[in-house]
Design a protein around this ligand. Structure first.
Ligand SMILES: NC(=O)c1ccc[n+]([C@@H]2O[C@H](COP(=O)([O-])OP(=O)(O)OC[C@H]3O[C@@H](n4cnc5c(N)ncnc54)[C@H](O)[C@@H]3O)[C@@H](O)[C@H]2O)c1
Ligand SMILES: [Zn+2]
Length: 378
């Protein structure tokens, strides 16, 4: 295993998150699910476990996870919700509370979130609030959840009018990602997940970027060695940043928003996929957003055209969009203006000066933004 930011000497762990409120290992391996019972035992989590999953993920992995826990003498019960963002709601959380009460869940019992980011956010929110907090184990099964949602302790459900508005910072006791589970992920979800992984390389790790360029073929084919390595290194970066700024207080965590200024505006302008023919998965919007941010940085004289091209080539190699047709540019600008108003000030851009070197700028002229958007929204 290559050493990188955040790697630590916990046996078997890919990295350790050292947040102010908690320190926990992240295990990332091909076929890691077989070790789940052992990892819970090592962490002292041997009381009753409650698996929360979505129906799709549970159909694929539920029995295996139940067996892994049973083998370690950990009693287990399971609850599934319909797949999809609509399940990330207070209503679903309330239904899970009902189930936990009916099962007489107690302090010290463990919630195991098995699924994509919808499940890790929902089950994490339930774990954070039920009896003021049950130990939480994240078992992310989507690429987005492995490299992003399961790391860093943000948990939430959606309000009907606003995403992720009801939530908490609540760190898990451990995270275990089985890279082999990505083989059953729908291809578009997989592609979308690469965006955040590539983002981590761009903002903080030139070595990871070079690795992705060199090993793209194997990673895209989900070969165990390069895929596991890429995910470990990407997670180590997110782990390092959230360790430095758990609650988004120092501004350190802001670099993770690279590409997100425009991505969020595109998502809002296309009504989060509700407009016919215009749905973007989050990672797709982030890829377009990073391309726009690179155009802004180049126009500001911060970033060379070569690095901009390198970013574009890599995103495209991984099957991600770097431009979009038919998105209403005015609506995107309006969404950005609204965001600015909500934040009472200027739009804070995370821009690249080079691979691994970011700068925060709140003085990007409107005309630069409009020209950059003109390049990606055609
Ligand atoms: N907490 C955070 O820091 C954070 C960060 C980023 C995103 N998120 C949240 O994550 C959510 C998106 O996560 P997501 O993209 O994983 O969505 P998701 O959980 O809805 O999963 C996407 C789809 O893939 C399926 N799936 C997942 N793993 C699978 C597997 N191994 N095999 C087959 N199918 C599988 C799911 O059933 C679902 O249909 C959003 O709610 C977002 O707000 C949270
Ligand atoms: Zn994101």
């Amino acid at each position: 295993m290559t050493a990188g930011p955040g790697y630590a000497a916990t046996p078997g762990a890919a990295c350790v998150v050292r947040a102010a409120s908690a320190t926990y290992p992240v295990y990332i391996d091909w076929n890691a699910l077989f070790d789940l019972g052992l990892r819970l035992r090592e962490a002292g989590l041997t009381a009753q476990a409650y698996i929360v999953s979505d129906e799709t993920v549970f159909a694929g992995y539920g029995k295996q996870v139940e067996a892994a826990l049973a083998q370690a003498d950990i009693p287990v019960a399971s609850y599934t919700v319909p797949p999809g963002e609509a399940s990330k709601s207070l209503d679903t959380a309330a239904a899970i509370y009902d189930w936990l009460i009916q099962r007489r869940a107690e302090r010290g019992h463990v919630v195991v979130a098995l699924g994509g980011g919808m499940v890790t956010d929902l089950a994490g929110y339930v774990a954070a609030t039920y009896l003021r907090g049950l130990p939480l184990v994240h078992v992310p099964t989507s690429l987005l959840a492995m490299v992003d949602a399961a790391i860093g302790g943000k948990v939430a459900v959606n309000h009907p009018q606003a995403k992720n508005t009801i939530g908490a910072f609540y760190q898990p006791s451990l995270v275990l990602a089985d890279v082999a589970a990505l083989r059953s992920l729908p291809p578009r979800e997989l592609t979308s997940g690469w965006a955040e992984l590539i983002k981590h390389a761009l903002i903080l790790d030139p070595d990871l970027l070079a690795f992705l360029e060199e090993r793209a073929g194997g990673v895209l084919r989900l070969e165990p060695e390069p895929t596991t390595e890429a995910i470990r290194r990407s997670v180590a970066i997110k782990a390092k940043i959230v360790s430095e700024d758990e609650r988004e207080e120092t501004g350190r965590r802001t670099v993770l928003n690279y590409g997100h200024t425009v991505a969020h505006a595109i998502e809002a302008a296309t009504e989060y996929g509700r407009l016919p023919g215009q749905g973007f998965l989050h990672g797709e919007a982030v890829a377009i957003g990073m391309t726009a941010a690179a155009a802004v940085a180049r126009r500001m004289g911060l970033l060379s055209a070569d690095v901009e091209q390198r970013q574009r080539d890599l995103l495209e190699r991984f099957g991600l969009p770097t431009r979009a047709e038919g998105v209403d540019r005015t609506a995107v600008l309006a969404a950005m203006a609204l965001d600015k108003k909500v934040r009472a000030g200027a739009v804070r851009w995370v821009l690249l000066e080079d691979v691994g070197r970011t700068v925060l700028r709140d003085d990007v002229p409107q005309v630069v933004v409009e020209d950059a958007l003109g390049e990606v929204l055609v």
